[in-house]
Design a protein around this ligand. Structure first.
Ligand SMILES: [Zn+2]
Length: 231
């Protein structure tokens, strides 16, 4: 049986891959949908249960889930949720455990890490960028690992404030850094398409640990690194 790795580096059972699933619906789908089915999804999400729930929602809002355009919708939504919430079934710490022992006394910053997450209050997406910085102790990690941590923490039902703190605390725990800073800027669709309807409003959160919290000069240096040349 084939072992497949998806874009999150997760192993999937070869039996769930698209060749088999796409076959039965050939001719009814767009290429994009066939493609979607070909992307193996992480285990741990009960897709049939989501399908039943989505069908219920369609009925509850007064739709006919059996009309042509909606027939495949529950299955599509189930695949989408499996993708959007795949972070619930992985431990982002694993990325931080492959560190190099090195002394470095300068701030390391990865700026503008884009992410998409899901507001847990409304089940609507919020999206934006994360800036993640640390001042190493004796552990240094590959820069892409910071982006992977953001990605996995984002792919679960979230609130931006908690997401910011979770990323900071993961880095503090695993890297024994002298300081960690996480700044996240995001647009929440629950504020733009419903409720107060304020498109363009950007929500900014930050979590400062160690020297970024205690030393104003280190925090100021970081803010210059993040915003200095493009604001
Ligand atoms: Zn919301």
């Amino acid at each position: 049986m084939a072992t497949v790795y998806d874009k999150f580096g997760m192993k999937s059972d070869g039996e769930l891959t698209g060749e088999k699933r796409a076959g039965s619906l050939e001719g009814e789908d767009t290429a994009q949908e066939a493609d979607d089915r070909a992307t193996p999804l992480p285990p741990g999400v009960d897709q049939p249960r989501i399908q039943r729930a989505v069908r219920e929602i369609l009925l509850a809002v007064g739709e006919n889930p059996d009309r042509e355009g909606l027939r495949e919708t529950p299955a599509r939504v189930a695949r989408m949720y499996a993708e959007l919430f795949c972070g619930l079934h992985v431990d982002p710490r694993r990325h931080l455990r492959k560190f190099f022992t090195e002394t470095c006394d300068e701030v390391v910053l990865v700026r503008d890490i884009s992410f998409n997450s899901m507001c847990e209050h409304h089940m609507l997406p919020f999206m934006g960028t994360a800036h993640v910085a640390y001042l190493p102790g004796d552990r240094v990690i590959g820069l892409s690992k910071l982006a992977r941590v953001v990605e996995e923490v984002a792919r679960r039902p979230q609130v931006q404030e908690r997401m910011t703190e979770q990323i900071a605390d993961l880095l503090v725990d695993e890297l024994r850094a002298k300081g960690v800073a996480v700044v996240i800027e995001a647009i929440h669709t629950c504020m733009t398409i419903r409720g107060v309807r304020k498109p363009g409003a950007v929500c900014v959160t930050s979590a400062m640990r160690g020297c970024f919290r205690s030393k104003p000069s280190t925090r100021a240096e970081l803010m210059t690194l993040i915003y200095g040349d493009h604001r």
